[in-house]
Design a protein around this ligand. Structure first.
Ligand code: 2NL
Length: 344
């Protein structure tokens, strides 16, 4: 029986040695150490042994079993180590290889234009203020001298939410709210950029949603010449120091007098071409002196305070500055269009 066990041990150890996969090693374990294996078989026959022999064979059987189990454990460790070594060798990373470039985004052309305009006006002492896009009828119309039934309310067909709430049609309500909060206690010098909404059918020059930047300066002794100086600075900053401006009379319900500002055409230098429709001038924005009623409704005494205001469309500014021919390019966001305007 002793020889039988020793032979089994040798046999099992050489099988362990031969095994080349974890699976084969498991098969050897089942075959030799399993319940139906030969060692269990030998131990079952121990009943026939003499009481003197029994502990000796028992101990030997346990030793054989332990030796086989140890050999298996060692073999398994060795296999796992080899596998790891192989993996480490195969998956070596060359840290000196050049990196794969990451696609980097940039600001949208409209964002850049709005920020450029903001920076200029901040430099001139204006604050930048934002307000809600869903407005009350009062701040969007009433406070701007557009009472109910005013024809200009029909002119700007609006998106109404309730009878009293609508998507703002201009950013002026932000200014009306600001003045209203101050109630004539101090001057206001602000610009307000933001999205505005009008019920328009989209085409190359119209969009139902677009951006606006309005400016407002209310103080004692603010004059038309102050407006002209600020607008001249703006025009030259955006379109070049060689540009001229001109103001033409116009009408807005919230300003009196009202003007429209043109800049001299850069394409033909005022000679007349297709861009300026042969006039030599291009319309850029609307402006005027704040209507006394608008000042009064916001709590400013129009005998003591005066102000100027202006409003412009950054899409139009960008289209003129960069020759963009369709306002929809700003909203369809084709990266081939957008990429052309990344400075960095
Ligand atoms: C345009 C014309 C304009 C204003 C906006 C304004 C705001 C207040 C008081 C008075 Cl709170 N006026 N804003 C004034 C004149 C013109 O916009 O053509 N925008 C694209």
């Amino acid at each position: 029986m002793k020889e039988q066990l020793q032979a089994l041990e040798q046999e099992a150890l050489s099988k362990v040695e031969e095994a080349s996969t974890i699976k084969e090693l498991q098969d050897v374990r089942v075959a030799y150490l399993g319940k139906k294996g030969p060692i269990t078989e030998v131990l079952r026959g121990m009943g026939k042994l003499s009481p003197e022999e029994r502990p000796i064979i028992g101990e030997l059987a346990n030793t054989v079993r332990a030796n086989i189990a140890n050999a298996m454990e060692e073999k398994k460790d060795a296999m796992e180590r080899a596998e790891l070594e192989k993996q480490l060798a195969e998956e070596q990373i060359d840290v000196t290889l050049p990196g794969r470039p990451v696609a980097v985004g940039g600001p949208h052309l409209l964002t850049s234009i709005v920020e450029e305009i903001e920076d200029l006006f901040i430099g001139l002492g204006f604050e930048v203020r934002e307000g809600p896009e869903v407005e009350t009828d009062y701040y969007n119309f009433e406070a701007l001298n557009l009472p109910k039934g005013h024809p200009a309310r029909d002119m700007q067909d609006s998106f109404y939410i309730t009878e009293d709430l609508l998507m703002r049609t201009h950013t002026s309500p932000v200014q009306a709210r600001t003045m209203n909060a101050i109630q004539g206690a101090r001057p206001v010098k602000m610009i307000c950029p933001g999205k505005v909404y009008r019920r328009d059918t989209d085409d190359a020059t119209h969009s139902h949603q677009f951006t606006q930047i309005e400016g407002l300066y209310v103080d004692k002794n603010v004059r038309m010449s102050d407006l002209k100086g600020v607008l001249d600075r703006f025009a030259k900053h955006m379109f070049g120091e060689d540009r001229e401006i001109r103001l033409r009379p116009s009408f807005f319900p919230f300003t009196e007098p009202s003007v429209e500002m043109d800049i001299s055409c850069k394409v033909c230098n005022g000679e007349g071409c297709s861009v300026c429709k042969k006039t030599g001038w291009i319309e850029i924005l609307g402006a005027g002196m704040v209507h006394p009623r608008v000042l009064e409704m916001a709590g400013y005494d129009p005998n003591e305070y005066s102000g100027f205001a202006f409003g412009m469309g950054p899409e139009r500014i960008a289209m003129l500055k960069y020759g963009v021919d369709d306002i929809r390019h700003f909203y369809t966001n084709d990266v081939r269009f957008l990429k052309q305007y990344h400075q960095a």
